[in-house]
Design a protein around this ligand. Structure first.
Ligand code: UDP
Ligand code: GLC
Length: 380
């Protein structure tokens, strides 16, 4: 088994970290994850018996969506982390960076320790989310030092190439999922709906961190046009300091008088059970989603899913065959799709069944981890 030093900057559990947990588990006998801070991600690694190294005793304050240089403000901290990665990496076959800022530091470290470098790219590298400087730094380092870039979708791969990344370095491997973690559970559905007091409601679930581009405000706007028996569950929290947006959502809900029809559940570790409590899952990102784990999770949960038609989401869903695709940011299209699904009995929907089969066929954790294993072997 290859010895991999994974590096990830986040303390919380975002999609990139959840994806890494499922990959790193296969390597836990020989490998470890280097972290910049303690937190939920660190705890999850511990629970799964995946070894980890804290790379600094003074956690760097990193916001995923903030500017690169702002985040990498303390030069001394960065030198310390890079030095630690250099030292550690000598005991491993390769360095595998899972997030952008971790990649920048890992690239320098891996060049010094002469270890092969992998970049698992979870973001669409465009100016919509990142500054020109940020993009330039990441692409230059990738082209200079990185033997393999794993993109989480064709959209992510194309954006990497469009930003100047070398096409021969980048390969697409979709996120993999353990299908057995998303069983149909009518009893759990009943218990949860009872507990949440939504028994007689048509429930729209949105399972995303709270962030402007995840588009929860679009769903709330849509709710103003939906019948009184529709309730929205917002599952997730602001992971990267988007507190203003959360406040804005609360104001929007209060102003529309929707307080009793929107439930903020915060960050939850029982997503599969909560999906059972929903009648439809809405993915509402207003800009291109690089992959969109929640979409596949909804497919595996036998729940109808509405996703916005941009980025990786269009690779996951075929409109009206395995789900519903709507234009990002368009309230009316979302409302129409929800109303249409409300008229259907979801358990008998062939769309839901096709979606489930598609998810099983294309997003198996075993197959997709094997693809990564093969790419790593070729690199070494
Ligand atoms: N998630 C979770 N608890 C929550 C909200 C979301 O565990 O309260 C999970 C969700 O099931 C999914 C991931 O967080 O696996 C989010 O990944 P996605 O790719 O959808 O979006 P990201 O936030 O990574 O951009
Ligand atoms: C990132 C992306 C998300 C993707 C996840 C896992 O967080 O924003 O779209 O699903 O990584 O690859």
């Amino acid at each position: 088994m290859k010895k991999v030093l994974f590096i990830d900057q986040s303390s919380g559990l975002g999609g990139a970290e959840l994806c890494l947990l499922d990959i790193a588990q296969d390597y836990r006998e020989t490998s470890a994850v280097g972290l910049f801070a303690e937190g939920d991600f660190c705890n999850a690694l511990q629970q799964l018996g995946i070894p980890h190294h804290l790379l600094t005793d003074r956690p760097l304050k990193i916001h995923k969506d903030s500017g690169l240089w702002k985040s990498l403000a303390s030069g001394l901290d960065i030198v310390k982390i890079a030095t630690r990665i250099v030292q550690l990496s000598r005991d491993y076959d390769l360095v595998y960076a899972n997030t952008q800022k971790a990649f920048v530091i890992s690239a320098i470290a891996a060049a010094i320790s002469r270890r092969p470098l992998v970049f698992h790219l979870h973001d669409i590298l465009s100016t919509q989310h990142f500054s020109q400087t940020n993009l330039k730094v990441v692409i230059t380092l990738a082209n200079l030092f990185c033997g393999l870039v794993i993109a989480n979708s064709e959209a992510t791969k194309q954006a990497f190439i469009d930003a100047g990344g070398k096409p021969d370095r980048v390969h697409v491997v979709y996120n993999g999922f353990h299908a057995d973690r998303y069983p149909e559970q009518p009893e759990i559905r009943a218990v949860l709906r009872d507990k949440l007091n939504i028994n007689d409601q048509f429930v729209v679930g949105c399972f995303s961190r709270l962030s402007p581009w995840k588009g929860q405000h679009i769903l709330i706007e849509s709710l103003t046009q939906l019948p009184d028996n529709v309730t929205v569950l917002l599952v997730g929290e602001a992971l990267y300091g988007e507190d203003d947006y959360v406040q804005q959502l609360h104001q929007q809900i209060a102003a529309a008088g929707l307080g009793n029809r929107v439930k903020f559940l915060g960050f939850r570790s029982d997503v599969p059970a909560l999906m059972q409590a929903c009648d439809v899952i809405a993915h509402t990102s207003t800009s291109a989603e690089p992959f969109g784990r929640v979409i596949v999770e909804a497919m595996l949960s036998h729940r109808p899913v509405i996703a916005t038609a941009a980025g990786g989401a269009v690779e996951l869903i075929r409109d009206r065959q395995t789900g519903w695709l709507v234009t990002p940011g368009e309230v009316a299209a979302l409302t129409t799709a929800i109303l249409e699904i409300q008229q259907l009995d979801h358990t008998s929907l062939s769309i839901v069944q096709s979606a489930y089969q598609t998810a099983i066929d294309r997003f198996s954790i075993i197959t997709n981890n094997q693809k990564i294993g093969l790419l790593l072997s070729q690199l070494i």
